[in-house]
Write a protein that binds this ligand. Structure first.
Ligand SMILES: *Cc1c(COP(=O)(O)O)cnc(C)c1O
Length: 623
């Protein structure tokens, strides 16, 4: 960060008061951001201001007050008055920062919280202005009188070293993609008639529609990222040796540096890592507890005779609740479940972020508590880390005391709390294929290794080509770039805000990879059994060729623990621009007038596992 020093050539201590004007500007920038409801920016400005005020006070107390004390009794200006005011200012700064943190966490509603902050700041401004005039009229003139020339030079020199942080740049309104486009892939446009025909042929299941007939594909963010030039370049370095390929060692190095676990098993996807983990740890009839199990995770568990129980945070039940960590596991419920199912719980799996409900992050404090609870019960804690970098960034943005840590530090702490992790490289590693199972325990790793060889491939490739291992290793390095992550969460929020503006009910607050439309609320004329989410995804496709994913009764079946009817618009990483997002918003806008006429849907045909991939539907004929 650039720093600016106070000018040395100044002849008077009064110049030290110039900094007070800088404080006013900072406070204004902070308040402007607060009014724009840009809480992260408001907090950033505030923290810069608070740091400067504290350094300034400390400087005065260390360098100036001892000299000032020599002036003896100064009417209206005893030294304790100045230190007392500094202390009081410090208390205001702490209080206001805590209030900002509460809004950011979602513990306080934005408007109410911002108004309370402005109130506090009115008093703080008053205090600062009184302090300023006392310094101007008493403190510095007196100091001028009693200092020797040598002292004066020393104090001014120290003041010069009193570094003031460069003013934070005012945030831009415009989100730019932090990359240029080097390779393009044409989008084929279709007519409404073509889309209708494709949809009917696919049995009203968009997984069955050929991709070339999709205009904007928000079906998933999995395996559909645009790889970077660095990833493509490193792919050429792929060592395709059957055993001991160099690419494996590079891959393992990256995974170890993230997780801190010794044992790294590459897998062709996340679900292979899940299956192998469950095969090693779960016996039929045993229970896996989770904040929310992803659909493939639950299916793999159930296929092995295990039982998955979701224990989502109670505040995740209401879509409008602004709580910032709706991905948390309900720790009280976890305690109860561990007692109730004592002797039958194989492991606890924390999914970060929680893809099944809103893409919400898990708080670091929640993971710490889950760690403490599972440890006390002697049950291992594992992570489904598919979007752990996005999760860590949301922690940095929203969680108290995490602002100053890097995403990498936060991410590493998550892994440090667990015994191992499954990972789908098709998400946060920008890769088109791949995953891993990383483990702390040597015994579990040996068992997992023999399962890996059986179905995935040798230990050093696990179903992947050397070039895939390279692309994943490079992707793991790129995903923790905080400027990228800022763009990522901003563009998801851009889509979310745009949909809100055209009256579409969306899950709040916005998460890391997708916007979740509350189809149950928007198509409120349909009951869950009438599959409002499926009806909406079909309408979106027919209207604009936009492909989205139902996450509701069609996916989960009736009677699951989550009865929400959601439609997920998952954003592929680095693939679509803002104009594409605007087009999606416009598609919703065009649907809005006829949302009440969207038909009920029914299932005509379904397989036994993961039915949403291949089930066939049809609109229920209106009676
Ligand atoms: C995608 C995903 C998986 C499964 O990974 P695949 O690579 O698709 O097999 C597991 N958990 C979560 C949270 C996911 O999003």
């Amino acid at each position: 960060m650039n720093t600016r020093a106070l000018p040395l050539e100044t002849s008077s201590f009064l110049s030290l008061l110039d900094t007070h004007r800088v404080f006013d500007e900072r406070l204004r920038a902070h308040q402007e951001a607060l009014l724009a409801r840009d809480i992260p920016a408001a907090r950033r400005h505030f923290q810069v201001l608070a740091g400067e005020l504290r350094r300034h006070a400390e400087f005065e107390e260390r360098e100036c007050l001892p000299i000032y004390a020599r002036a003896g009794k100064v009417p209206g200006g005893p030294p304790e008055l100045f230190t007392g005011e500094h202390r009081k200012i410090g208390q205001f700064l702490d209080r206001i920062d805590a209030m900002l943190a509460a809004i950011e966490r979602g513990a306080e509603e934005t408007t109410r919280g911002a108004l309370a902050i402005l109130d506090e700041e009115a008093t703080l401004k008053n205090l600062l202005s009184h302090h300023d005039s006392r310094e101007r009229n008493i403190f510095y003139p007196k100091l001028e009188e009693v200092t020797t020339p040598a002292e004066r030079e020393h104090v001014l020199r120290m003041a010069e070293r009193l570094e003031l942080a460069e003013e934070p740049e005012p945030p831009f309104r415009t989100i730019i993609e932090p990359f240029r486009i080097k390779v393009v892939e044409p989008i084929r446009r279709t007519t409404r008639a073509e889309r209708r025909a494709a949809m009917i042929e696919a049995g009203y299941n968009l997984f069955g529609v050929p991709a070339e007939k999709v205009t904007i594909d928000f079906l998933t963010d999995s395996g559909v990222a645009a790889m970077s030039s660095a990833q493509w370049a490193s792919s050429m370095l792929g060592d395709e040796s059957y055993a001991g390929a160099t690419s494996f060692f590079r891959f393992r190095e990256e995974v170890r540096s993230w997780t801190g676990y010794d044992h790294v098993l590459p897998t062709h996807q996340g679900r292979a890592a899940e299956r192998i983990l469950f095969e090693c740890l779960v016996k039929p009839g045993q229970v896996v507890l989770s904040n929310t199990l992803f659909d493939t995770t639950r299916a793999n568990l159930e296929a092995l005779g295990g039982i998955g129980i979701d224990l989502p945070h109670p505040r995740s039940a209401s879509p409008q609740d602004e709580y910032g960590f709706k991905g948390d596991i309900d720790c009280d419920a976890l305690e109860r479940a561990l007692t109730e199912h004592a002797g039958r719980v194989a492991l606890v799996l924390l999914t970060a972020t929680s893809n099944m409900i809103g893409g919400h992050p898990v708080a670091l404090s929640n993971a710490r508590r889950a760690h403490e609870i599972t440890k006390r019960h002697g049950i291992p804690l594992y992570l489904d880390a598919a979007r752990i970098a996005e999760n860590a960034f949301l922690v940095k943005l929203r969680e108290a005391n995490q602002h100053d840590r890097s995403v990498l530090e936060i991410l590493r702490e998550f892994f440090s709390l667990a015994e191992g992790a499954t990972f789908s490289a098709k998400k946060d590693a920008f890769a088109h294929i791949g995953g891993f199972l990383a483990l702390r325990d040597t015994g579990v790793a040996a068992k997992a290794g023999s399962r890996l060889v059986l179905t995935e491939g040798f230990l050093t490739y696990g179903g992947l080509a050397g070039r895939d291992l390279e692309a994943i290793a490079a992707g793991l390095r790129e995903i923790t770039d905080e400027r990228y992550l800022q763009y990522r969460v901003s563009s998801v929020a851009y889509l979310g805000r745009g949909l809100s503006k055209v009256g579409v009910p969306v899950e709040r607050p916005f998460g890391g990879h997708a916007v979740y439309v509350d189809a149950g609320a928007w198509l409120s004329h349909l009951k869950p059994a009438e599959l409002p989410g499926q009806s909406l995804v079909c309408a979106l496709y027919e209207e604009g060729g936009v492909r989205a994913c139902e996450i509701g009764t069609a996916m989960r079946g009736a009677g699951g623990s989550h009865t929400r009817e959601l439609v997920r618009l998952a954003m592929p990483r680095r693939v679509y621009t803002q104009a594409h997002v605007d087009y999606v918003i416009e598609t919703f806008e065009r649907l809005a007038p006829r949302v009440r006429r969207m038909p009920a849907m029914e299932i005509v045909e379904e397989p036994s596992y993961l039915r949403h991939f291949t089930a066939k539907f049809r609109p229920v004929p209106r009676g």
